[in-house]
Design a protein around this ligand. Structure first.
Ligand code: DGJ
Length: 709
C-alpha cells in the first residue's frame, strides 16, 4: 500500500503544475492538481484567449467530491469499503488525451491511497459544436464486494453573482413546461423515480443562467442533459460561499449497488454546453452536436406519416386501414403507421385492458395479417410502420399467464396497475431476448416494415424483480442496462431502421435514448395551442427533425392550416381521417406536406431561432435558417390576441445582411389572398426592421419563405 502511495505522489508531483484544459471553440473547463494531490476545478466558462494566463487561476473546489472527507456538501460518490470504512479520498494519478470521433477525449485517473478504488473521469470535447460529454468509471479493486451508494456522472462548479435555474416539468399531455427561479443557498433537486416512464413529470434537462437571467440573444448560460433512460437526479447546491455545485447522475434512490471484486461501474453520460451569447446559441450547439454525433441518423431525412391512432383508436379492420393508406397517398406523406390494437387472439387488444404482450396479429381484425398491410402499402407507394410496446404486459394476456416470472411484481401483495398493465423484468436476460424478438420476428417475417413506434405507457410499478432476488436495489439501474442491451442488438442488426420513442407522449426522452431512436413523440396533446408551448420547451435541446408533431382533431376551433403550420415546426405527421377534413383543407394539407419535404434542409438541418415566446405574448414565432444562410422559413402564430394588442414587426435573425432575399408567404389555403408575394428585401432590412407578420386574429398563422437571390 505504502509503495503505491509513493508512486501516486510521484505521478502527482510530475503533473501538479500543469492545468488540465478541456476546450471547445467557445468554452473552457480547466482543472488542476492541488498541493495535496487532489483534482480541483479552476474554471468553467468562455474560452480563455491566452495560455499564459492559466497559471493565475485559483484552485477551486474538488472535482469529484467523495463521502467522508473534508467537504461538507453533497458528494458525487459514496462507497462503503469491504471493511466497513465509508470514506474515500481520491488523489490524481495520471491523465491522457486522445482524439475520438468528433472531438478529443481526456481521461483523468484518480485513486484512493488506502483502498484500491479507482475513479476515471472521462471528458469528450466536441470542439466545433461546443458540447462536452462526460462520464465516470468507478472500479472496485478490493478482493471483496463494496457498496456503492452514490455514483454521479459529473459535478460542475461555478462561482457567480447569481444563478437562475430553468427546469422543465409536466404530466401526461402537459409536457415541457418551463419554470425559472433564482437559486438560493441550499439545495434544489430535480429527480424522478418512475423507472420506465421516467420523465413523465420532468425530463433530464436544465438551463442555468449565470449572473443574470439569459435571454435568447444575450447572457451566459449552461444547458445540461443526462443521457439516462431511467431515474435521474440533478442537485444544484449553493454553498456557504455562494458557490454552485451541479451534480448530475442516476438517482441513487433505492439504488445502492453491490460491486463485486474487480467490478467497474460506468455512469451515464452527462452532456453540457455553454453560451456567452444567450440561449439561441446554446440551442444551436445542442442541435448541431445531436445531428452530427448523437441522434440516430442525425443527418438523414425523416418520414412524414399518417398514423391511425386518433383516426380509429382500437376500432379498425383491414379495410379501414387500407382506406387510411389511400388518405396517406392523397396527403403525399411518406408512410402509413399502424398504431396500438393490431395484436392478441385469446385476448384481442380491443382496449388497453388486455392483450398487451401477445404480439400476434388479431386474426378476426386482420385476417391477412401484417403481410397484407405491407403489400397494400407497397402497391399504393407508401411505406408501412408499426406500433409496439414490447416492455409491457396486461395481466389479461397469454404472456402473463405463461410467464408471471417475467413480470416485475411484489411477492405476497395485491397488484396495482398503471393503464391496466405491468412492466416486464428487463433485468432478466430471457426477457431481454423476448423483447428483442418482438422487433426481430416482425422484421424477419415482414422485411418491408420501414418504421417502429416504440411505446412505454407505465412507470415501473409493484417494484420487485423476480430475477434479481436479494439484489432488489439493482432493479432500477439494471432495468435500463437491460433495455440498452436490447436496443444495442436492434441497432446492430437494423442500423438504418427509423424508430420513434414514445411514452404516452414524451414520458421518456433523453439523448442516450436518441442514440437508438430517430425521433420522439412530444405529447399526446396535439391541440396546436398547447403544442406551441410543448414544442417551444423541447426546442431548447432537440432539433425539429427529432420532435414528432401531428395534425389531429384536437381543438375543433383551430383550422387545419393553424394545426399543420404548428406541426410543420417539428417532424410532420397526421393522425386524422381525411373524411374529417374538407376538400379545401385536404388540398391545403397536400401542399403543406410538399413544402415540408422541400424545406427539410432548412427546418430539419438548419439553425432554429425562437423569435417570439408564447410564454410572453399572445403570439409565437420561430424561424429556421439553412446553414449557408441563403434559405429561411418563418412560422408566425397569433394565439388569442386581446383587444388593443400591440402588433410589433417580427425581426428575422441569422440572415446575411448583405444579401437580397425574395420573400413569399407559403402554406396558403386555396383561394386565400397573400399578404406578401415575391417581394425583395435585404437581410439587413429583414433583421433590423422586420415584417408586419402578426395579426389580431385568433389562432391564425403565417408561414414565410425567404430565399437569397
Ligand atoms: C400512447 C401514445 O402516446 C399514443 O400515441 C398511442 O400510441 C397510444 N399510447 C396507444 O396505446
Amino acid at each position: 500500500m505504502a509503495m503505491l502511495a509513493v508512486a501516486w505522489l510521484l505521478a502527482m508531483a510530475a503533473h501538479a503544475a500543469e492545468p488540465i484544459r478541456i476546450s471547445t471553440q467557445k468554452m473552457d473547463l480547466i482543472m488542476q492538481v492541488n498541493g495535496q494531490g487532489r483534482l480541483v476545478q479552476s474554471y468553467l466558462g468562455k474560452r480563455l484567449l491566452h495560455d499564459s494566463d492559466l497559471g493565475w487561476l485559483k484552485e477551486g473546489r474538488e472535482v469529484y467530491l467523495t463521502h467522508g472527507m473534508e467537504d461538507y456538501f453533497e458528494p458525487a460518490v459514496d462507497i462503503e469499503h469491504a471493511d466497513g470504512n465509508p470514506s474515500t479520498l481520491l488523489r490524481y494519478v495520471s491523465h491522457e488525451v486522445k482524439p475520438v470521433q468528433g472531438g478529443k477525449e481526456t481521461v483523468i485517473t484518480l485513486a484512493d491511497d488506502q483502498y484500491p478504488t479507482t475513479v476515471r473521469l472521462h471528458y469528450v470535447a466536441y470542439e466545433a459544436e461546443n458540447v462536452i460529454k462526460t462520464w465516470t468509471e468507478i472500479t472496485n479493486g478490493e478482493k471483496k464486494s463494496v457498496k456503492l451508494a452514490k455514483y454521479a456522472s459529473a459535478t460542475l462548479h461555478l462561482d457567480r453573482e447569481a444563478y437562475y435555474l430553468t427546469a422543465f416539468s409536466g404530466d401526461w399531455a402537459d409536457e415541457a413546461h418551463m419554470n425559472t427561479e433564482p437559486l438560493q443557498p441550499g439545495k434544489r433537486v430535480i429527480d424522478t423515480k418512475l423507472g420506465t416512464r421516467a420523465n413523465m413529470f420532468t425530463p433530464p434537462m436544465f438551463i442555468l443562467s449565470l449572473d443574470q437571467q439569459a435571454g435568447e440573444t444575450n447572457g451566459e448560460c449552461i444547458f445540461g442533459q443526462l443521457g439516462w433512460t431511467g431515474n435521474f437526479r440533478f442537485t444544484f447546491e449553493v454553498d456557504n460561499k455562494g458557490g454552485l455545485r451541479v451534480i448530475a447522475g442516476i438517482n441513487p434512490y433505492f439504488s445502492t449497488r453491490t460491486m463485486k471484486a474487480g467490478e467497474t461501474f460506468v455512469t451515464p453520460e452527462f452532456f453540457f454546453t455553454y453560451s456567452q451569447e444567450g440561449m439561441a446559441k446554446a440551442t444551436h450547439h445542442f442541435h448541431d452536436w445531436a445531428r452530427n454525433h448523437q441522434l440516430k441518423d442525425g443527418t438523414g431525412t425523416r418520414l412524414t406519416l399518417l398514423n391511425n391512432w386518433e383516426a380509429t383508436y382500437f376500432s379498425f379492420n383491414e379495410d379501414m386501414l387500407v382506406g387510411l393508406m389511400d388518405d396517406a397517398v392523397r396527403l403525399g406523406v411518406d408512410m402509413f403507421l399502424l398504431d396500438d390494437g393490431w395484436f392478441g387472439n385469446k385476448y384481442p387488444r380491443q382496449s388497453d385492458t388486455q392483450g398487451l404482450g401477445d404480439w400476434e396479429e388479431t386474426h378476426s381484425k386482420l385476417p391477412g395479417g401484417v403481410g397484407r398491410l405491407c403489400e397494400e402499402a407497397r402497391k399504393k407507394g407508401v411505406k408501412f410502420g408499426i406500433w409496439i410496446e414490447p416492455e409491457m404486459v396486461n395481466p389479461k394476456s397469454e404472456l402473463y399467464e405463461k410467464h408471471k416470472d417475467w413480470v416485475i411484481h411484489l411477492p405476497g401483495r395485491e397488484e396495482y396497475y398503471y393503464r391496466n398493465q405491468m412492466v416486464l423484468d428487463l433485468c432478466n436476460p430471457e426477457v431481454q431476448e423476448f423483447v428483442f424478438e418482438v422487433v426481430d420476428r416482425l422484421m424477419t417475417s415482414y422485411p418491408e416494415i420501414a418504421f417502429f413506434k416504440w411505446d412505454c405507457n407505465s412507470p415501473i410499478t409493484n417494484i420487485y424483480s423476480p430475477y434479481l432476488k436479494d439484489r432488489q436495489q439493482h432493479l432500477y439501474v439494471d432495468y435500463v442496462k437491460g433495455l440498452y442491451s436490447v436496443l444495442d442488438r436492434i441497432k446492430a442488426k437494423y442500423p438504418r431502421l427509423p424508430m420513434m420513442l414514445c411514452s404516452g407522449g414524451s414520458g421518456r426522452i433523453d439523448y442516450k435514448a436518441l442514440e437508438y431512436f430517430t425521433e420522439f413523440w412530444a405529447s399526446d396533446n396535439t391541440d396546436p395551442v398547447e403544442r406551441l408551448f410543448i414544442q417551444y420547451g423541447y426546442s431548447f435541446f432537440y432539433p425539429a427533425k427529432a420532435t414528432c408533431a401531428h395534425v389531429t382533431t384536437w381543438n375543433k376551433q383551430a383550422s387545419i392550416k393553424f394545426k399543420t403550420d404548428v406541426a410543420s415546426m417539428g417532424k410532420l405527421g397526421f393522425d386524422i381521417k381525411l373524411s374529417d377534413m374538407t376538400e379545401q383543407e385536404i388540398q391545403y394539407a397536400h401542399e403543406a406536406v410538399a413544402n415540408y419535404h422541400r424545406l427539410h434542409p432548412v427546418i430539419g438541418d438548419g439553425d432554429m431561432y425562437r423569435l417570439i415566446s408564447p410564454y410572453e405574448q399572445q403570439h409565437a414565432a420561430t424561424q429556421f435558417v439553412s446553414k449557408d444562410r441563403r434559405h429561411s422559413v418563418l412560422f408566425a402564430f397569433d394565439i388569442h390576441p386581446r383587444f388593443g394588442d400591440k402588433l410589433r414587426y417580427v425581426k428575422f435573425r441569422g440572415l446575411d445582411p448583405a444579401l437580397q432575399y425574395r420573400v413569399n408567404e407559403i402554406n396558403l389555403m386555396p383561394g386565400q389572398s397573400t399578404w406578401v408575394k415575391d417581394r425583395t428585401y435585404s437581410g439587413d432590412f429583414l433583421m433590423t426592421v422586420g415584417l408586419d407578420i402578426l395579426s389580431a386574429g385568433s389562432m391564425k398563422s403565417r408561414v414565410v419563405e425567404v430565399v437569397a437571390q
